[in-house]
Ligand binder design. Structure first.
Ligand SMILES: Nc1ncnc2c1ncn2[C@@H]1O[C@H](COP(=O)(O)OP(=O)(O)O)[C@@H](O)[C@H]1O
Length: 177
């Protein structure tokens, strides 16, 4: 049996509806910390964790079990910034901090339209943000004290969010020496 040891550096989960700014935040954080930015969609694609195409949502089904096996090794030592628009299937023990990124509906609509989303895909993602689906998913999957919601509509908020997460990392390291 694998014995789990405490991590010296934390693992973070950055989650939220597509378009809220997860990648942008992760990129800046990774540059600043040298932690590994784990784009789950990319890992799934590169590691053949995608099953057949879902015509309704215009994206492939994710083989979650296979993906978790692939990621387990990466997560062991800490120093990971995991980026995904879902969070309830990861093991709770992987994460020390969970950040749910939020964006107001009109801004999100513009960002997703600019990305080429239309029709049901666009509407479903806007609904997902309106109904706070990812926030609820995070709150029901992780201890409330490790879940933080960050509003990310403007460049000013973007910088503030990166600072907030960076400071959280520094504090976590001090508290877990
Ligand atoms: N705080 C922000 N202010 C303005 N534009 C932003 C902000 N955060 C992200 N964006 C822009 O919104 C779009 C979607 O961001 P992205 O990081 O790709 O989102 P996600 O990874 O959640 O899908 C990109 O064009 C990005 O440049």
């Amino acid at each position: 049996m694998m014995v789990s040891r405490p991590r010296k550096i934390p693992n973070l989960l950055i989650t939220g509806t597509p378009g809220v700014g997860k990648s942008t935040i992760c990129q800046r954080l990774a540059d600043r910390t040298n932690y590994a930015w784990r784009e789950v969609s990319k890992i799934a694609e590169e590691s053949n964790c995608l099953d057949e195409y879902d015509p309704e949502y215009q994206c492939p089904f994710l083989n979650e079990d296979k993906l978790l096996d692939v990621m387990e090794v990466m997560m062991a030592k800490g120093g990971n910034i995991v980026d995904y628009h879902g969070c309830d299937f990861f093991p709770e023990r992987w994460f020390d901090g969970v950040f749910v990124i939020r964006t107001n509906n009109t801004t999100l609509y513009d960002r997703l339209s600019a990305r080429g989303y239309t029709g049901k895909k666009l509407e479903d993602n806007i609904q997902c943000e309106i109904f706070e689906t990812l926030l609820e998913e995070a709150q029901s999957s992780y201890r409330p004290e490790i879940v933080q919601e960050l509003q990310n509509d403007s460049e000013e908020q973007l910088q503030k969010n990166v600072d907030t997460i960076f400071e959280w990392i520094e504090r976590w390291k001090e508290d877990n020496l």
